[in-house]
Every structure is written in structure tokens, then in C-alpha cells.
Design a protein around this ligand. Structure first.
Ligand code: PAF
Length: 295
């Protein structure tokens, strides 16, 4: 059996348990999470281990990234199972702070206005940022705090949250943070549904309906050789075939979430509600303008 990770609940405990690793000059890999861990997280842990000598996982349901009417209270909290998954994937340290350890005096959206937070800029106002105002301020602020506490050499984030990954790379670049960011491939369930902690909310019918997201993205990939409009049309036809979902957005973009290129690599991203659960997914897509194919 793999040894249980050392659990730190406070900043002092974290500093204490990491001190030896630092003294020994071990390269620290970090996987920030909100818990309710699944195989997608396990793959991030294994990716971190490929880039580092010691892996730290944080488990913290960050109130700042939830809007007032979002699922903060019902977000799954499964610490004992999470620790087992960390142990099985070679994680040495888990940092699981309480809210007032990360936000002195507790958290409220009002008190945040008086404090210092990370402003993510224009990229945080599109796609998920448009549907979830303030969400990425919360994500980047807590990730910056966690980077300050863990001081990782490398941090691993899933490509499943592609806009989050793009914004974290931008924060690291713009604030000159000394950490390497690795984006790890999305892990999918057998039907193609991207793994997510929120999949636990889905009943069997919702789960089946939710596979339409990845099917739509794949349909777009298959038509991308006919250009951006054809790819969009293919994805929309698949999405429209599933009445149980409510589409939030379907976006075809460049790799950095700008306008899609006529030729070359881009991204296709989708967000939709299945019942009361909001799901997101995205894939790489390779566009070709029809008249550039030489056919
Ligand atoms: O992706 C997540 O689980 C969260 O947004 C993160 C990066 C842990 C910040 O709370």
C-alpha cells in the first residue's frame, strides 16, 4: 500500500512539512484542486510527478470563485476519499486549509473589495467569464496565494478548464511568477464525457445527455478541414439533437482564445447546462480553409 500523504491544515504546518524537501533541493510539483478528486486529478498528480521530485496537492473549495447563486454550499467535499486517491498516486503532501486560513477573518465578496486581489483582465470577461462574472478573479487570486504558500517549481492544471489554464499562464507571465505551468490532457469517461467533480450531480439520464458535448466537439474536429463555419455548423447540429441540454456558448477560437485562424491550430469550447449542472468541455481543432487544401 502507498504511504498516506502528510496532511497540513495551516500555512505554518505546510511551511514546516515542506522545509525538508526544500533543504534537500527537491523539485516541488503542485496540483491545486477543490477536492472531490477523480481520475482526471490522478492524471494531473502523475504528470506533476513526471516534472518534479515531490508532489503537493491542495484541496480547498475556494469561495471567491463562486458567484452568490452558485453551488458553493453543495460542492462535494470528500476529504477521506481524496486522501486515498492522493496516496495511490504518490502524492507526498496535501494542504487542506479552512477558509479563514486562506482569507483572514473569513470570506465575503464585500470584504474582498477592500483587499488586494488579482484582476485577470479582458480575457476573463468572455466565455465562462461572461456567464460567471468575477469567477476568474477568484481563481487567479487563490492560485496566486497558493503559489505563494507552496512555492512550487512546477504546477499542473487540466486542459479541461482551458480558459482557466490560459489565464493562469497569463498571470504567471504578467506578474513574473517563478513557476512553470504544465497543461495536462483531459481525461474522459468511456462515453466521452470530460471528467469533472460536478459530474457527481448528474443522474443517469443527465450523464447520457451530457455526452453530447464531446460528440459535438468531435463532429467539429471532423469538419474543420472545411473551415471554421463548417466546423461550427457540425457542432451545432449535434448539440441541437439533444433537447436535455441548454447551451451557454459554443466558441471557436485561436489557441489563446482570440479569433479562430483560417488555417492551423485553434480551440473549440462549449458550455451547457444539463439539468441544474453547468458543464464545460473543449478540444484542440485544426482548421483548413477549403481553398488552401489544394484539392
Ligand atoms: O480547477 C480548480 O479546481 C480550481 O479552479 C483551482 C485551480 C483549484 C482554484 O481554486
Amino acid at each position: 500500500m502507498s504511504p498516506a500523504p502528510t496532511l497540513a491544515n495551516t500555512r505554518e504546518e505546510l511551511a514546516h512539512v515542506l522545509a525538508d524537501a526544500r533543504k534537500q533541493g527537491r523539485r516541488v510539483g503542485f496540483v491545486p484542486t477543490m477536492g472531490a478528486l477523480h481520475d482526471g486529478h490522478a492524471s494531473l498528480m502523475r504528470e506533476a510527478a513526471r516534472h518534479a521530485d515531490v508532489v503537493v496537492v491542495s484541496i480547498f473549495v475556494n469561495p471567491m470563485q463562486f458567484g452568490p447563486s452558485e453551488d458553493l454550499d453543495r460542492y462535494p467535499r470528500t476529504l477521506p476519499e481524496d486522501l486515498e486517491l492522493c496516496a495511490a498516486n504518490g502524492v507526498e503532501f496535501v494542504f487542506a486549509p479552512a477558509v479563514d486560513e486562506m482569507y483572514a477573518g473569513g470570506f465575503s465578496h464585500e470584504s474582498m473589495r477592500d483587499g488586494v486581489t488579482v484582476q485577470p483582465g479582458r480575457l476573463a470577461t468572455i466565455l465562462d467569464g461572461e456567464s460567471r462574472p468575477g469567477h476568474f478573479d477568484g481563481v487567479l487570486t487563490v492560485v496566486a496565494k497558493l503559489f505563494g504558500l507552496v512555492q512550487p517549481d512546477v504546477a499542473v492544471f487540466g486542459q479541461k478548464d482551458y480558459q482557466q489554464l490560459t489565464l493562469i499562464r497569463a498571470m504567471v507571465r504578467d506578474l513574473c511568477l517563478p513557476v512553470e505551468i504544465v497543461g495536462a490532457e483531459t481525461v474522459r469517461e468511456p462515453g466521452g464525457l470530460a471528467m469533472s467533480s460536478r459530474n457527481r450531480y448528474l443522474d443517469p439520464a443527465d450523464r447520457k445527455a451530457a455526452t453530447v458535448l464531446s460528440r459535438a466537439l468531435r463532429a467539429a474536429q471532423e469538419r474543420a478541414a472545411d473551415g471554421v463555419a463548417a466546423a461550427r455548423w457540425a457542432a451545432m447540429s449535434v448539440l441541437k439533437s439533444e433537447p436535455a441540454i441548454e447551451l451557454d456558448y459554443l466558441a471557436l477560437t485561436s489557441v489563446d482564445l482570440g479569433e479562430p485562424p483560417d488555417n492551423g491550430e485553434g480551440r473549440i469550447l462549449v458550455a451547457a447546462r444539463v439539468g441544474s449542472t453547468r458543464l464545460i468541455d473543449n478540444m484542440r481543432i485544426e482548421f483548413t480553409t477549403p481553398d488552401q487544401r489544394g484539392t
